[in-house]
Design a protein around this ligand. Structure first.
Ligand SMILES: [Zn+2]
Length: 803
């Protein structure tokens, strides 16, 4: 009884309002609730998101002051703000995720939790609609500015954007308008405050997001002023004649319609491009389209990493547009070890590409989305769903480990709202056309112009290329569009940035209906099938999925002389854990043959592969190379860094041995090393700026204090050694690592003999290499640094040089 009443309530509220936007994208995607994932790759991810990620995100918002800020704001407890001024947005993003999860699994406990939190937010909101806990609670970070006075950094509009997205999601999921009322009150305040009128503020958001959110609010309410405001926030960007502009880091260097190169902060950019696509779809104003098409070309031909990531640099330098952080680099600047590629930027890139598809109906945008969701986005979240990467590099010398949370925790809370949207992206419709865009095992209900079509998808994708579609209920006439993935026909990306060394061809993709093969026909990247359908019709899709080597455009310096390894949409990597510690010195010849095998990662079994490779070693001076055959094991890239944090990882493998990536023929072993640090860091050649530099990987004995420690260096063959230099780690002011009390060196001539002591003690000093020159050189098979830590303190080493 209750159930049917609440259903009616939903239908009454949602249906009439949802029809109010008269113009919109040509291609529609189903609602979250119209696609039910029934098995396969994504089911465990979606369940993990529901059961683990949502829980951990809510817990962290409770443990940190994030939710308390709202409670304190409701009670007007001035002076109690904790955290960063944009933390409200984290809570909204978790709530948006919770709404999608609730829509698919209406759990009364979750509803209660949401309802209570929304009630608190309603109390916290000021009478005129303003809600920003940092100001309400008098955070010193914002206290010196009036409302909206410092929009470049305050994130006031960014917070409101995420509030609106969450409120719309909750309204659609639950039929309740409690959150929507708060969002509308806030949006109405913004409509009064911002605009071209003399009395209104002519400014915009330092961090974009509000634009796409206001478009969503317009869609559910039909209130055109929200759409107008979204357009306003876009149109005043880069308008130096109207306001003082903030430059390229915030995409505020040119009017948005004149921007042709993707520059600046990548997450902001992607959200802005989403907003431009939305406003264009909803208004019919085509002036944005030329710009977003050019920006898309710029990204996909020049600024897209192979894992689908964007925003190459933590600190980007652009000769024309200036510096920016968490930003796009210049064209073809696609570093691997130093790649930034924030998880949020991958999400933004996927959301943008989905909009580009909804505009044009072209399958190529899903080649980008697929690359993101199986690679650079997915690596951002642990398989158990509770730990997250902020950056997602394609190579690691060590020092990476997923974290449960961050001070600025945008990524964990973006994951929880993005994963539930993936099934929805799998399908689309236009008039009497059905689009299958992603291969996700699922049942779906699609509304076409002439009626409803229900179909189910069965597949083990991405692990093989077999997909079975069954039409469960049909209208007799509709056109079925099945995406032909670019990787399956020789185009791993819809550009010339990456190519397959042995390209797949159209023969690698076949479709049959009830056992009869359909002629290959490519329309906008789809296999199109027009026929009289009946319930029970079966469509079989067969995609050959051999291992492919990938080559980058020659202009990408980091990938020159190197090839990557992919199978279907999945990028593979090798990590130290499977490969005796070192992978950065491994070479895979261009014509190497791969053998499929399996790997187990945290109880999940994934396809892995082995290949005959070579390791490149050099002597101490680096002048003599040795190349040894080895077997290398590769695993899916997204699964890296689960079994041993801080280990080496490689995706772009050199095809020929070269001294540039030889590892010194030395094994390093320490008496102890903190799990987030790595022993190998002492020989990685990455020099710190000072002893306290926290950025380069290092070896630390933390949390051993005051102990005697050692670090052994074992050579493959006997080496003549004249001395040792050590650059010590010392984080005075931050942590408890200090210079050691003293250090000495021992050596031995072969593995069996006793350690013998070198005369003398080493220098101890900060911010430089400290020496111990041997009285006379020794012919050593191994050296040992004997380190005595200062009483009550730990210690560590940045780098060691053996002479
Ligand atoms: Zn983030």
């Amino acid at each position: 009884m209750m159930k049917s009443r609440s259903y009616l309530f939903t239908a009454m509220l949602v249906a009439p309002l949802a029809l109010m936007a008269s113009k919109d994208y040509s291609f529609n995607t189903p609602k979250v609730t119209d696609v039910k994932v029934t098995g396969g790759f994504w089911l465990s991810r979606i369940e993990t998101n529901r059961l683990a990620t949502l829980k951990t995100d809510f817990e962290k918002c409770n443990e940190t002051p994030r939710i308390n800020n709202f409670k304190n704001a409701a009670a007007r407890k001035w002076g109690t703000f904790g955290g960063i001024f944009f933390d409200d947005s984290d809570v909204y993003k978790v709530m948006e995720g919770a709404a999608y999860i609730y829509a698919a699994n209406p759990d009364p406990e979750l509803k209660k939790q949401m309802t209570e939190l929304i009630a608190t937010m309603a109390k916290a909101q000021e009478p005129d609609g303003y809600l920003y806990t940092a100001r309400l609670l008098g955070s010193p970070q914002v206290r010196n500015n009036a409302r909206w006075e410092n929009l470049m950094t305050s994130h006031e509009l960014y917070n409101q954007g995420h509030m609106i997205e969450a409120a719309v999601a909750w309204y659609e999921a639950s039929g309740r308008d409690d959150f929507l009322k708060i969002a509308r009150k806030s949006a109405d305040l913004m409509c009064r405050t911002f605009g071209y009128d003399k009395t209104q503020i002519k400014s915009t958001a330092g961090h974009q997001e509000i634009e796409l959110a206001l478009c969503k609010l317009y869609r559910v309410t039909g209130e055109k002023r929200y759409l107008d405001l979204a357009k306003f926030f876009l149109d005043v960007r880069g308008r130096g004649d109207l306001r003082s502009i903030w430059g390229s880091g915030l995409q505020d260097h040119l009017p948005v319609c004149e921007q042709e190169e993707a520059v600046g902060h990548a997450v902001r950019a992607a959200y802005m491009y989403c907003g431009m696509a939305d406003v264009s779809a909803l208004t019919g104003d085509e002036s944005y389209l030329k710009a977003i098409d050019k920006l898309w070309e710029n990204v996909v031909f020049r600024k897209l990493h192979l894992n689908g990531g964007i925003g190459a640099r933590r600190h980007a330098r652009h000769p024309k547009w200036g510096d920016a952080h968490e930003a796009f680099g210049v064209d073809f600047d696609l570093p691997n070890a130093d790649a930034y590629l924030e998880t949020c930027a991958s999400i933004g890139n996927a959301l943008w590409n989905e909009r580009m598809f909804r505009r044009t109906g072209e399958a190529k945008y899903f080649d980008v989305i697929e690359r993101i969701i199986y690679n650079g986005f997915l690596s951002g979240i642990s398989i158990c769903g509770t730990e997250f990467f902020y950056p997602n590099p394609l190579e690691s010398k060590g020092g990476y480990k997923r974290s449960k949370w961050f001070g600025c925790s945008c990524c964990p809370v973006n994951v929880v709202r993005f994963i539930p949207q993936i099934p929805r992206m799998a399908f689309a419709t236009r008039d009497d056309e059905v689009y299958v865009n992603l291969f996700v095992e699922s049942d779906v209900k699609l509304k076409l112009k002439s009626g409803e079509v229900k179909l189910s998808q069965k597949t083990a994708y991405p692990w093989n290329g077999n997909v079975e579609l069954t039409l469960n209920s049909v209208i007799p006439d509709f056109r079925l569009f099945i995406r032909i993935p670019g990787w399956c026909v020789g185009k791993p990306v819809p550009s010339t940035l990456y190519s397959q060394t042995v390209p797949a061809s159209n023969d690698d993709f076949t479709v049959s209906v009830n056992g009869e093969t359909v002629d290959f026909a490519n329309e906008r990247g789809y296999q199109v099938i027009s026929r009289k359908w009946k319930a029970g019709d079966k469509i079989a899709i067969r995609m050959n999925m051999p291992v492919k080597r990938i080559k980058a455009d020659d202009r990408v310096e980091a990938d020159r002389g190197r090839l990557a390894v992919e199978k279907g949409p999945v990028l593979y990597c090798a990590e130290g854990f499977d490969n005796d510690g070192n992978v950065l010195n491994k070479v895979i010849a261009a014509d190497a043959k791969f053998t499929m095998t399996k790997c187990e990662v945290l109880g999940h079994e994934y396809p892995a592969m082995t290949v005959n490779a070579a390791e490149v070693l050099s002597d101490l001076s680096g002048s003599k190379l040795t190349v040894n055959p080895v077997e290398l094991k590769l695993i899916p890239y997204f699964a890296w860094c689960h079994r041993e944090p801080g280990n080496e990882m490689q995706t772009w493998f050199p095809v020929k041995p070269d001294a540039g990536y030889a590892s010194k023929d030395i094994k390093v072993k320490a008496s102890f090393c903190h799990y987030e640090d790595t022993e190998k860091a002492v020989l990685d050649g990455r020099l710190p700026e000072s002893s306290s530099d926290g950025r380069p990987p290092r070896l630390t004995f933390w949390a051993h204090r005051g102990t005697d420690e050692w670090v052994d260096f074992t050579f493959r063959t006997v080496q003549e050694v004249k001395g040792v230099e050590v650059y010590w780690f010392d984080d005075t002011g931050r942590g408890a690592c200090r210079l050691p009390e003293s250090w000495k060196v021992q050596w031995r001539g072969d593995d069996a003999s006793e350690w013998r002591e070198i005369e003398g003690v080493g220098e101890v000093d900060k911010d430089r290499f400290t020496k111990l020159d041997f009285p006379s050189s020794v012919k050593a098979k191994a050296l040992r640094l004997k380190i005595k830590l200062q009483k009550d303190f730990s210690g560590g080493i940045h780098e060691v040089k053996i002479k």
